[in-house]
Design a protein around this ligand. Structure first.
Ligand code: ADP
Length: 480
């Protein structure tokens, strides 16, 4: 197919190589989603230890002699159809641990993260400006979250050479704070250190740097984009978003519908034949040693304050008394993990728990459960509610961000119109969540209605197709 345009996507995570959250899913899925439109995307990633070994024999397409204490080489190649550019700079990335630190707990971050991600951004901006050694030159530089925030800034300050830039906000809670004293070291122009540009409450933020210098800002759902102008969602950056509102839009994430398909599970099922789901449910109950006469709910989540997991111990007793049960898969905050252990201990046979990160298990959960609970306090887009729709595992979600954009709540009007796909509640608190679970229990008891909502949920398009078209329109708008 003729190449209509080229995008350099710059990120810290990408499925299937490195992932701590939904950001990685998006970065990994976008190239294939854009390809049918004739847009070619290369993903530029830090050369983390595991990645640099895979890129060892690739072509060198950029060399940088002075990258914060060492040299860097960009190696270009393809793994499983994904075009990658790996920034091989061992002094920055060849380390034990995760992408951001030796461990994910408090104090675990690498001390030189500003320089590590500034390096990635620096080289990305240069490749965007000059083109890579193999002749590949992007029309658009697309940065994701704070890790890539300096990329549009370096591009803007060093000369854009006709290249447009996009910043996507996956989660504004992570802002890339850096002390003001590092301005020079980070090769940023001192005259740009004022509130309308780089200065951020007396310091620097790589995310803000990207947002004030890029040509387009996207957030990962329309509701999140709209919410970001408010203090409680913008988390300090609301003024920046407001000032640039004419270039802000929300584009929902999609899901990889090959990987997330009930028809591709070991015991498959589909909207046309749901028998496999009943078998999956029985197997799941056996795996977790639970016996649940009412709705079997699941939670698949990072355990952080954002996700509202702390509400579970308060809403579960009534839900369980009404016949429900829950299986929880997740890890993170130690106190939340303890709370979940207590919950499981208090309700044997009704609460299953696996602390950890386990993708195959998450598939078994979606394939076997009746409902997925997502009681987030804020949620830029959220993926698990979309997996739930696809698997007929009805989402019960707080009506925030992308959750509000993807689930139509089963109120009487929506039920009679046949458009309901799950249950939403608001605000994110115990009373509202408890009411939602009562609704879930009642809906589950009405088998014909339950089946209707399941069918409607499974018919919803959660693929990348519509969203990829929106990104293409955005890129094309930048090319003029
Ligand atoms: P966030 O990016 O804020 O963590 P998302 O819902 O956007 O939230 O994406 C989370 C992704 O990580 C989903 O693909 C979800 O299935 C996956 N995930 C989260 N926790 C686990 C876990 N413990 N085991 C397996 N997959 C998980």
């Amino acid at each position: 197919m003729q190449v209509k345009g080229r995008v350099l996507s710059v990120a810290s995570e990408c499925v299937p190589f490195v992932k701590t959250g939904g950001l990685a899913d998006v970065v990994g899925a976008l190239p294939a989603a854009l390809a049918p439109f004739g847009w070619q995307m290369r993903v530029m990633l830090p050369g983390y230890r595991a990645l640099r070994h895979r890129a060892a024999n690739w072509a060198e397409v950029w060399y940088e002699g002075n990258l914060w204490g060492g040299e860097g080489r960009v190696l270009s190649g393809n793994i499983d159809g994904l075009d990658l550019m790996i920034l091989d700079a061992p002094h920055l990335y060849d380390r034990e641990g995760g992408p951001y630190g030796a461990h994910s707990g408090p104090g675990g971050d690498f001390w030189d993260n500003p320089q590590r991600f500034a390096s990635l951004s620096w080289v990305a901006a240069k490749i965007a400006r000059h083109g890579a050694g193999d002749g590949w030159k992007p029309d658009v530089l697309h940065g994701h979250d704070w890790h890539a925030g300096f990329a549009p800034a370096y591009l803007a300050y060093g000369g854009k050479a006709g290249v447009g830039s996009v910043m996507t906000i996956h989660n504004i809670a992570f802002q890339g704070w850096v002390g003001a004293g590092q301005l020079d070291d980070l090769r940023l122009p001192p005259e740009q250190f004022y509130p309308g540009a780089l200065e951020y409450y007396g310091n620097l933020s790589s995310l803000k740097a990207g947002l004030v210098t890029c040509d387009r800002i996207t957030a990962v759902s329309p509701t999140y984009a709209a919410d970001l102008v408010r203090q409680e969602s913008g988390l300090g950056l609301e003024g920046v978003i407001r000032a640039r509102s004419s270039i802000v839009s929300g584009i929902l994430n999609g899901v990889d519908t090959d990987i997330w398909s009930p028809e591709h599970e070991p015991i498959p099922y589909s909207a046309a034949d749901m028998r496999g789901k009943a078998i999956n449910r029985a197997n799941l109950c056996a795996e977790f040693n639970v016996d649940v006469p009412g709705p079997l709910a699941i939670v698949v989540s990072r355990m952080t304050d954002q996700k509202g997991i702390d509400l579970l111990p308060q809403v579960m007793p009534e839900f369980i008394a009404n016949g429900g049960g829950v299986i929880i898969l997740g890890s993170g905050d130690a106190q939340l993990e303890r709370q979940m252990h207590d919950l499981a201990w208090n309700f044997p046979g009704r609460v299953g728990l696996r602390v950890g990160y386990d993708e195959p298990m998450s598939h078994r959960l979606f394939a076997g459960a009746d409902a997925v609970l997502v009681p987030s306090r804020f949620e830029p887009c959220g993926l698990t509610q979309m997996y739930g729709l696809r698997y007929g595992t009805l989402p019960v979600v707080s009506a925030v961000g992308g959750l509000a954009d993807t689930v139509i709540t089963a109120n009487p009007a929506a039920l009679s119109a046949g458009v309901a796909t799950g249950i939403t509640f608001h605000p994110t608190d115990v009373p509202a969540f408890a009411i939602a679970l009562r609704q879930l229990t009642a809906l589950y008891a009405d088998k014909p209605m339950w089946a209707k909502v399941q069918q409607r949920a499974m018919a919803q398009d959660v693929s990348w197709t519509a969203s990829a078209a929106k990104y293409v329109a955005l890129y094309e708008g930048l090319r003029g």
